[in-house]
Design a binder for this molecule. Structure first.
Ligand SMILES: [Zn+2]
Ligand SMILES: [Zn+2]
Length: 67
């Protein structure tokens, strides 16, 4: 059984799935906690660069928080 996992409003990611179908290209990435960091399309900033929203399916941290 797969457990759904939400990033923002999208409850479409799958916990522990290294081939998560909803993730952006090159995600999920391994997290140092042993979980997987999923990524969804995020917001554009003032210079129109799109920053993905990331969240680990185990510890709940984003990639930025782990740096
Ligand atoms: Zn995902
Ligand atoms: Zn983690």
């Amino acid at each position: 059984m797969s457990t759904p996992f939400a990033i923002g409003d999208e409850l479409t990611h799958v916990v522990g799935d290294a081939e998560c179908p909803e993730c952006l290209e090159e995600y999920p990435e391994p997290c140092r906690c042993g979980g997987l960091i999923h990524a969804a399309t995020g917001e554009e900033d003032a210079s129109r660069t799109e920053w993905p929203t990331t969240r680990c399916d185990r510890c709940g941290r984003s990639e930025e928080e782990l740096d």
